[in-house]
Each structure stands twice: as structure tokens, then as C-alpha cells.
Design a binder for this molecule. Structure first.
Ligand code: ZN
Length: 135
């Protein structure tokens, strides 16, 4: 799939920040942002920016290589509970050692892949471990 600059620009908000939806009717918080509450069906939904910090609940390692992702193999994918209470599945990055249970993580912008045909680089949100976060 090719990504054109205009398209990247249009999706900028959702690509580069963690925007969740908060239902004004029932208070339900969900990610990613949608215009309709997945709990009560209300269309009165506000955008909420998430802190990008959370706790790693579990993770899996994928040794499968997809075209364009050779350099990032193996891939770590984590189940993360954000501090806002939302659970999301997202790729992990900068993994050097062992991953402990309930590690603290934070969102970072990382290069996902380089599109060799037009030189554009795709960025997205990944999570890295926070070693010594002061709580
Ligand atoms: Zn609702």
C-alpha cells in the first residue's frame, strides 16, 4: 500500500497521538476514537488525548518477517493497559533485554517502514519500556 503525503497529513491526529473517545452520555472511554459510543450507541462523543503511559500486561514475539519489516524482526507486540484504563494491542520497540511482567511503558513515535518505491517513511505509535519511572 502506498501512502501519499496528503493522506498522512489528514490522518495525522490519529497517527501521531493517542486520541480516545469519551462518551458524553454514559462516560465510556474507548480507543481508537470513533464517532459512536461502542457501549450505548450515542453519537455525543468527545475527543480525549491519552497520556501514552501504561502497564504492559502481556506480550508476544513474532519471528515472522513481513515485506518491509525485515529490519524490525523479531517483532514484539504487547497488550498494554493505559493509565486511563483502556487496553490496547501495540508494537513494542527498543527491546534489549528481558521483559518483566507489569513493566511500565510509554508511547513513542517510531518509523514503521520505509516505502522503497517512493522513499516515504511511515511512522506510527509504538511503546517502549520505562526503566525507572518515578511514581
Ligand atoms: Zn455511551
Amino acid at each position: 500500500m502506498k501512502v501519499f503525503p496528503a493522506q498522512v497529513w489528514r490522518n495525522k491526529e490519529s497517527l501521531y497521538s493517542l486520541i480516545a473517545g469519551k462518551c458524553n452520555k454514559c462516560g465510556n472511554l474507548f480507543f481508537p476514537y470513533r464517532e459512536i459510543c461502542n457501549k450505548c450507541g450515542s453519537t455525543s462523543v468527545s475527543k480525549v488525548k491519552l497520556s501514552g503511559r501504561g502497564t504492559l500486561i502481556s506480550y508476544t514475539v513474532s519471528y515472522q518477517t513481513r515485506p518491509g519489516f525485515e529490519k524490525t524482526s523479531p517483532e514484539y507486540v504487547g497488550l498494554i493497559r493505559l493509565d486511563e484504563g483502556i487496553e490496547i494491542v501495540a508494537p513494542l520497540t527498543d527491546i534489549t533485554g528481558e521483559i518483566k511482567d507489569n513493566s511500565r511503558v510509554e508511547a513513542v513515535i517510531r518509523r514503521l517502514k520505509a516505502d522503497s518505491s517512493n522513499g516515504l517513511i511511515e511512522y506510527g505509535i509504538k511503546f517502549r519500556l520505562v526503566e525507572d519511572e518515578h511514581r
